[in-house]
Write a protein that binds this ligand. Structure first.
Ligand code: 1CP
Length: 354
């Protein structure tokens, strides 16, 4: 391969040349401050609840028609600056044959949690044919989205490992960390396995037309900086490095990561997501010369309009110190959120020059 590798195998889509979201990810100052929301494509929209009626979550994720419709819903309603592919971080595991389900009101549940090296070795690697429905959905979406970029995503090794090892959602991630501390060979094999699956899954999405990727390490904040650096970061960095060859912006996000932000940036991200617990100016000072994404407290949508918008204005102003700023909530949209509030918030943020 030649030096042209620096632009990756991703061919820039001319319809996206003026995308404020992509400009901010590149560290430029777009015409307006771009905004999208984590979990914008699910749970709080009545039109989402309607199409999901009687359809299990994983079945929805594997149906290109439904994925296309659900991904487009928040773009239609809010006019956000980016779409996020409707799927879940455990979908690629399901696709390679791991016995798991996404239970309503709970989240991912794994039938046979991973404990031994043999358990890890039994998980197949991901080949593109296992997720052909994802390729189909992304291609259709990109056709319909026009000038709005599509963000592909995957779960980062630590966060996905937590579901595999705990067998479901966990508050303290105790089994996961017990493996990390006590069985380093199993941990290393598991993190490499998940990292390989995540990278291959992101490659499928970008080759089908996604123009940015987000690596969700939602639960990385459960680790100390030392343990993050030793046992988590190298595996996320390997995913980000492999995906870097594709030439699209890479966003890296976790919750409760205040003390990890410098390392999360250093792991190879172009954009670092900051949750609402860390003041945005502090987050910006930690992430290095990169763009930032964040970070309005998701509960502010339940406050009076003047309070919500005053706080949003503070986030917009703080974002000006960064190399680029993508406005977002500090974590996902809460299910009880009134969509009218996000419409109001979106218009307010977009009324500010980038
Ligand atoms: O906007 C969107 O809805 C995009 C699609 C999306 C994304 C990006 C979903 C749909 N899930 C995710 C990522 C995801 N899944 C993350 C990282 C993002 C984050 O931190 O919020 C995580 C941690 C999961 C795991 C997961 N899946 C949970 C959390 C459980 C826990 O440990 O507390 C839950 C509740 C799910 C189910 C799920 N995924 C998505 C939706 C809409 C739902 C709700 C279930 C349903 O509608 O039946």
């Amino acid at each position: 391969m030649s030096e042209a590798v620096s632009t990756g195998d991703h061919q820039p889509d001319p319809r996206l040349a003026d995308s404020p979201f992509l400009a901010a990810c590149r560290g430029e100052r777009p015409a307006h401050v771009p905004v999208w929301y984590m979990r914008q494509a699910g749970r709080s929209l009545p039109e989402y609840l309607e199409v999901r009626e009687g359809v299990a979550m994983l079945d929805a994720c594997m149906d290109p028609d439904l994925v296309t419709e659900i991904t487009l819903q928040p773009v239609r309603r809010y006019g956000v600056d980016a779409a996020i592919f409707f799927s879940d971080i455990v979908l690629p595991l399901k696709a390679v044959g791991v016995d798991l389900d996404i239970k309503p009101g709970v989240g991912p549940v794994v039938a046979d949690p991973v404990a031994t090296l043999a358990d890890v070795e039994a998980i197949p690697d991901l080949t593109p044919d296992a997720v052909d429905f994802v390729d189909a959905a992304v291609r259709r979406l990109v056709g319909e989205l026009g000038g709005t970029p599509l963000i592909g995503f995957a779960g980062a090794p630590f966060t996905v490992a937590s579901y595999l090892v705990e067998g479901g959602p966990s508050k303290d991630h105790a089994r996961t960390k017990a493996m990390m501390f006590g069985a380093p060979d199993v941990w290393d094999a598991l993190m490499r396995k998940i990292g390989g699956i995540a990278a291959a899954y992101l490659e499928v999405q970008v080759r089908a037309g996604a123009s940015a990727v987000q690596l969700f390490d939602s639960w990385a904040g459960a680790t100390s900086p030392r343990d993050y650096r030793e046992h988590v970061k190298p595996y996320s960095a390997a995913v980000l490095e492999r995906v870097g060859a594709l030439g699209v912006p890479r966003i890296h996000f976790g919750v409760g990561t205040s003390e990890l932000l410098a390392d999360m940036g250093d792991a190879g991200a172009d954009v670092v997501g900051v949750d609402w617990r860390t003041p945005l100016d502090v987050g910006i000072s930690r992430i290095g010369d990169r763009a930032v994404q964040g970070n309005l407290d998701p509960t502010l949508v339940f406050a009076p309009a003047d309070v919500m918008l005053a706080r949003a204005a503070e986030v917009v102003e703080a974002g000006r110190a960064a190399r680029g700023h993508v406005f977002n909530l500090g974590h996902g949209v809460l299910p009880a959120t009134d969509p009218a509030r996000l419409e109001e918030l979106t218009a307010f943020v977009q009324s500010h020059a980038g």
